[in-house]
Design a protein around this ligand. Sequence first.
Ligand code: 26W
Length: 819
Amino acid sequence: MEMKKFDKQEFRYSVAYALKNQFRKTLEDATSQEIYQAVAHAVKNMIVDQWIASRREFEKKDAKTLYYLSMEFLMGRALGNNLINLTAYQDVKEALEEMGLDLNYLEDQEPDAALGNGGLGRLAACFLDSLATLGYEVYGCGIRYHYGMFKQKIENGFQVEVPDEWLKDGNPFEVRRSEYSKEVKFGGYVRVIREDGKDRYVQEGYQSVMAVPYDLPIVGYGNNVVNTLRIWDAQPINTFNLDSFDKGDYQKAVEQENLAKNICEVLYPNDNHYAGKELRLKQQYFFISASVQRAVERYKQNHSDIRKFYEKNVFQLNDTHPTVAVPELMRILLDEEGLTWEEAWDVTTKTCAYTNHTIMAEALEKWPIDLFSNLLPRIYQIVEEINRRFTEQIRRMYPGDEDRVSKMAILYNGKVRMAYLAIAGSFSVNGVARLHTEILEKQELRYFYEMMPQKFNNKTNGITQRRFLLHGNPLLAAWVTKKLGTKDWVTDLSLIEGLKKFAEDKTAQKEFMEIKYQNKVRLAKYIKEHNGIEVDPNSIFDVQVKRLHEYKRQLMNILHVMYLYNQLKENPDMEMAPRTFIFGAKAAAGYRRAKLTIKLINAVADVVNNDPDIKGKMKVVFIEDYRVSNAELIFAAADISEQISTASKEASGTGNMKFMLNGAITIGTMDGANVEIVEEVGEEYAFIFGLSADEVINFEKNGGYRPIDMYNSDPDIHKVLDQLTNGTYSNGDHNLFKEIYDSLLHASGMDKADMYFILKDFRAYAEAEKKIGEAYMNKSWWAKAAILNVACSGKFSSDRTIREYVEDIWHLDRVDVKL
Ligand code: 26W
């Protein structure tokens, strides 16, 4: 790999030039934000030639193109990451230093691109990083939300949502590509026109918007490859362009303008919860129609046979959110390209592939047919025909089994079941960790698996070591390079197993623990600045950061903190390694119980942190506004990684991998990718507890269990639960946390008591937490376990995941880019 050499002088000019042209300022009078922007422009300058060269190279090779279709891309900040992947981070840091500027400080001026909720969105971002690094062509296709994931403020212990104005100062890395704009049509009706003995379907009386793409560069690591994240914005159609019938239709012009204004306004902040809002379906069709139109147009520029579209293109559907790609591609092939149904279906089902990211029932998208067919009349007709043929096929395979037909039909009970449409329209269906895929095959999707087992496959998730080690933890990254004697782990994480031989080496252990300590000091400083809380870097940093959801059981964690506090109060001289419990989580704005859990965590923190009796043996911290940028600091500083979901519920988890890569030890259930983490590192170097997925599923089939029995028979649990309603953590208010108390002990409506088995797993969890405290006393065991976790994390690079997708599903062509 030959990289262009960094030219310090040129870089300086480039920054000064951008400052002058953008802001008519010099370094002396520019603000930090302006300097960040100017530096970002200079970095974009370093990227564009590679960006152009990459397109040329892929085109020359006629490489197959992946379209990664996703409602979410949780990119985080771009500046530092781009510099890392340009292998220019150190050079630029030094160049800036000579100009009296601190790169770290400038990086902090950039708002996170938070165009995603959690795991699914961040996975998309890691995949883009790996695809560019491995030399494959991909367009990430998504939406240019004007407001990304809300900013979280904590006021009086409660979460308050603040709009995320990430574009307010502009986005220096984006390039608007109005030449690729596409019209997207909503509503109206379908007219059938008889033409040359064939029916032609045209949508009339519709409203439309113009989809305008903005491109962001995705830089591969040290290989000159630059791919594109293409996010679509909506613009009103110029009313002069309305057809003559509509000209002067003022009402329609206004409605179209509003449609355009609304579509890209905001990311829905629900993680794992389907709300069924019409605007969300508009968003889905909007970016899918534009992306598919462009993909077909691009293919036709250099290829004449649309029947072979699938040979050069593949669409990966990131969960069901982009599933309208199936009928939209059908529409274009049928109505615009004139293929027969059989031809169009052949192309579509060889182009589309679907990834499932959750088995949570409330996350499944099922659109009411009325809403769907009114908004997308032509698409709905096509879905009806897909469903007609699909159910016919089921009946042929299973004659007389109408029960099976109703369980598998795409249209059922007045709803469009998007997951089933995605499966029927795809050649591949994958889960995101081995256990998750098994549950899909044996439980959730078993009828589909029985009918078409060849479609099903597993792709265990991964993370990019470029962001989550090289950028996020520079001290550990340098140590890994020194110990391995090579930096090649940056593009081949399997090499990191070379650290195994240092696990028992005293010097290595000391160095490792010193680095962990420095990272804890860095996080402690962040916590002091942002929370005003002093934490002790010598205490165990026990961390749970992820979206707030009942199945992730942050509640079990804080109940355990309450339990431990009770123990300490009873026995203040109890010997224990000092502990800092760190939480970070956003709750969906309308998820009352999740928001109340945040309040509980903060309330417990208030009491515990201000109690002199316990002599600083424990602290509780809730980090405000958990997001990609502060996540990098948090993973680097963690001793313990809390992965405690109710078994069977967490499809994979990816935070678990980021912690492991940074040398934190997992306390967790046998769920999602935890199973594979434990398999890699060995059960003795993790703290595993609790019900298995099979046990949970069995309890669920048999109507749950009786948590009230645990409450009555276990005095410690009894006491902790009572403290939810006796005012201990609510200044005497007995009602504040009553809802949480009730959810644990009493069934309500459809919900069973303690649906997530918190009390059932509590004792086992407390035991595991206790073992952590004991293990930490043995410094050399701890260092060994932590080093082994790093050394065994090789499997969890998203480079490995992408290689598997390429081999089994995408079959992309690898390209070398020379400048
Ligand atoms: C329709 C509302 C909605 C929004 C987001 C439903 C479902 C989602 C996502 C599928 C939720 C999600 O992010 N799932 C997570 O995906 C990660 C990447 O595969 C996994 O690691 C997590 O376990 C899974 O919860």
